[in-house]
Structure formats: structure tokens, C-alpha cells
Design a binder for this molecule. Structure first.
Ligand code: CP3
Length: 355
């Protein structure tokens, strides 16, 4: 093993975030929050203005690394998450992605095998390279004890944006394409599986020590379609990463999966399961007992906006139910922009006050 490899192994053992994945149930669980970098922080808004646009921020390694570090400086989370976006993958494949201020993402929709021909997996190297450069900078600049999470969107969720051309309440266009022409839609999913494996592999090589797969819209599919478009692609990614990097844990976040979350865990082989806001804490604590999996979740992001004693009480409730389990404290979905930064400080203090 080379010199840098030895150094990584030595420091990685000091990262408490990774301990639940090695079988340890910690009295004070590791904590990080989805969307911990973002508009609720004034320093994020300043760096974003400096970058001039959201995707520019994602593709400028010095600035993307800076916004990744901002919440670590403030709160000392146990893990940093690479600052990027799940829509970097379609953007790198050649489908133009724009972020319209106040409206969210816009893409030129892909709805047929003919449209698919416009995408080119060989084009991704330049943009993925910029993301890897951000990861490499972060591994240099982060405190040794802070883990670094890389990520991608799950093929299903990324496809919903690619096919709809924007966010949607019901993901109707992707669901309809999948019913009407499963082979054509399957080609898109297959391309996303292969591209996501390349992308995650590069993030790990650059220094990520854990990966999360965001499947925000997993809950919009009935069980048979869930199997085909959520479970199977996630298992393919999980298996490929396991072959390439056996020690790097993969967390799945199949938001809205409900009763199928346990099935998702056993069939995909993920090492961690992100539970959404609607999952009752007693389900988090009991449903996965027969699975070899770390549970992560699931405070309501709006309770973090409200703050006060309700916040403390719910945090205590979650911590009580997850005591003795391999658990990582997180939200059930991402931080929202109107979150007061001091409420995040209150949350971290409350979690760390436990013993
Ligand atoms: O968690 C982090 O701090 C890391 C960075 C991160 C972002 N997006 C930054 C971001 C991560 C992991 C994501 C994932 C992501 N992106 C998901 C999956 C998780 C989820 O929230 O459901 C999805 C569905 C997207 C797609 C996306 N990106 C949408 C729909 C939007 C617009 C909505 C919004 O909040 O504005 C984005 C933009 C985006 N991604 C922002 C940030 C901080 C806000 C952009 C800005 O600064 O204007």
C-alpha cells in the first residue's frame, strides 16, 4: 500500500461517524443533516452570490469546498457531505440543466429512446473531474475526525427530473414512460446506473469515506415498479461499489418507501438506511432489527424551523428509542431555507448532551 493509502487508513479509524458501520452502537450517535450546507446560512448565500449561479458553485472546487466546510465550522458535525447536486449527472451527460431562481431545476425533457441518443456517458469526465477535485480538496481541509460523504441521486429519482424536465408532485411523465415502454425507460435507468457507478467510484478515489444514494421519489411507485426501478438499480450500484471499495459504506435514502423500506434494505444490501420524516421512531428502532444495517433519521425539518421545547422533546424521544442501536442522527428530509441557524446549534447541543 502506498504512503497516502496508509495515511487514510490511519485517520479513518478516528472518524466516529464510521463506527456504527463497524458494528458499534454509540451512546452519543454521530450527527449530520441533509442539506446542511445551503441557503439558511448567510455565509452560504454570500459564497453562492460570489459564484454567480448554483451550478457554477457546484463546478468551482474552491467554492464548493468552502460551502461544504461552512456547516462543519459552525456545528462540528461528525460528517461533511460533498456540496454538489443530484442533477450534476444529467448535466454532465449533456442534458442542459438550469436552476431558475425561485422555481427550481429546469431540463429539456427526455421522453423517448431517440432523445436518449443525445446523452453521452463519455462526456461526463470534465464535470465529474471538477467534483472529484472538490472531494480531494475537502479531504485535505476537513478536520481529520470528520468523515466525508459522497453522493448521487438514485437512477429512479434522477430519471424523474430528466423525463419531466422539472420537479413534479407525482412524477407522472417518468411513471408513464416506464409503463408504456419499459425497455426504452430501462435504457435510461441502465445509463444512470453505469454513470452513477463511475461517479461514485471517482468520489471514493478522491477521498469520500461513505456514500449516500438519494431516492427522493422512491415513494411514488407501486411495489412491482418499485422493485424494478428503485431496488434493482440501487442493488446494481451497491454491488459495483462493494466490488471496487469493500470498506466504503453506502446509505440508501428511499424517501416514502414506507412498508417496503425493509425489503429495500434486504434486497439492495445497503449498509445504512435513511428514514424519512413519516417513519415512526418505534419503526426505526424495531423494523430493521433483523437486517445488518445502520439506521439514520429522522427529525422533521420543520420542527427545526419551529425550535423551542417541542424540538428538544422530539430529539429526546428519537434518542431514547434508538438507544443501544447502530444509529446516526439526521433529519427525515433536507434542511429548509427558513431554518434559523441557532436552532441547528440547539439540536446539535441536545444530541451531544446525551450519554
Ligand atoms: O446536503 C447537502 O448539503 C449537500 C448538497 C445537496 C444539494 N442538493 C444542494 C442544493 C444535496 C445532497 C442535494 C440533493 C438533491 N438535489 C436532491 C435529493 C435530496 C432531496 O432534497 O430530496 C434533489 C431532489 C435535488 C434536486 C434539486 N436541487 C432541487 C429540486 C433543487 C431546487 C429546490 C431548492 O431547494 O431550491 C435543487 C437546488 C439545490 N441543491 C440547492 C442546494 C443548496 C438550493 C440552490 C440555491 O442555492 O439556490
Amino acid at each position: 500500500m502506498g504512503e497516502s493509502g496508509e495515511r487514510r487508513t490511519a485517520t479513518a479509524t478516528e472518524r466516529r461517524f464510521l463506527e456504527p458501520f463497524r458494528g458499534e452502537a454509540l451512546d452519543v450517535p454521530p450527527i449530520w443533516l441533509m442539506r446542511q450546507a445551503g441557503r439558511y446560512l448567510p455565509e452560504y448565500r454570500a459564497t453562492r452570490a460570489e459564484a454567480g449561479g448554483f451550478l457554477k458553485l457546484c463546478y468551482t472546487p474552491a467554492l464548493a469546498a468552502e460551502v461544504t466546510l461552512q456547516p462543519i465550522r459552525r456545528y462540528g458535525f461528525d460528517a461533511a457531505i460533498l456540496f454538489s447536486d443530484i442533477l450534476v449527472v444529467p448535466d454532465a451527460l449533456g442534458q442542459g440543466v438550469r436552476f431558475v431562481e425561485g422555481e427550481g431545476p429546469r431540463l429539456d425533457p427526455i421522453r423517448s429512446s431517440a432523445d436518449l441518443a443525445q446523452l453521452d456517458p463519455d462526456k461526463t469526465a470534465e464535470k465529474f473531474g471538477l467534483v472529484s477535485e472538490t472531494v480531494a480538496r475537502l479531504r485535505q481541509d476537513l478536520p481529520t475526525e470528520t468523515a466525508l460523504i459522497g453522493f448521487c441521486g438514485a437512477p429512479w429519482t434522477v430519471a424523474t427530473y430528466m423525463v419531466q424536465g422539472q420537479g413534479s408532485p407525482d412524477q407522472a411523465e417518468a411513471r408513464l414512460w416506464a409503463y408504456r415502454d419499459p425497455d426504452g425507460f430501462g435504457q435510461l435507468i441502465e445509463m444512470l446506473v453505469e454513470t452513477s457507478i463511475t461517479y461514485l467510484d471517482q468520489q471514493v478515489k478522491a477521498g469520500a469515506d461513505c456514500l449516500q444514494i438519494f431516492d427522493t421519489w422512491a415513494g411514488s411507485l407501486p411495489d412491482d415498479e418499485f422493485d424494478r426501478w428503485v431496488v434493482a438499480p440501487t442493488r446494481a450500484i451497491r454491488e459495483a461499489i462493494k466490488d471496487l471499495h469493500p470498506d466504503v459504506p453506502v446509505i440508501g435514502f428511499p424517501r416514502g418507501a414506507g412498508a417496503t423500506a425493509v425489503w429495500y434494505v434486504s434486497e439492495t444490501g445497503v449498509d445504512g438506511i435513511g428514514c424519512d420524516t413519516a417513519t415512526p421512531p418505534f419503526v426505526m428502532s424495531e423494523a430493521f432489527e433483523d437486517e445488518d444495517v445502520v439506521v439514520q433519521g429522522n427529525l422533521d425539518p420543520l420542527l427545526l424551523v419551529a425550535g423551542g421545547s417541542r424540538l428538544d422533546e422530539r430529539v429526546d424521544e428519537i434518542l431514547d428509542l434508538m438507544r443501544g442501536k447502530r444509529f446516526i442522527f439526521n433529519l427525515g428530509h433536507g434542511i429548509v431555507p427558513q431554518t434559523p441557524p441557532e436552532h441547528v446549534a440547539q439540536l446539535v447541543k441536545r444530541v451531544r448532551a446525551r450519554s
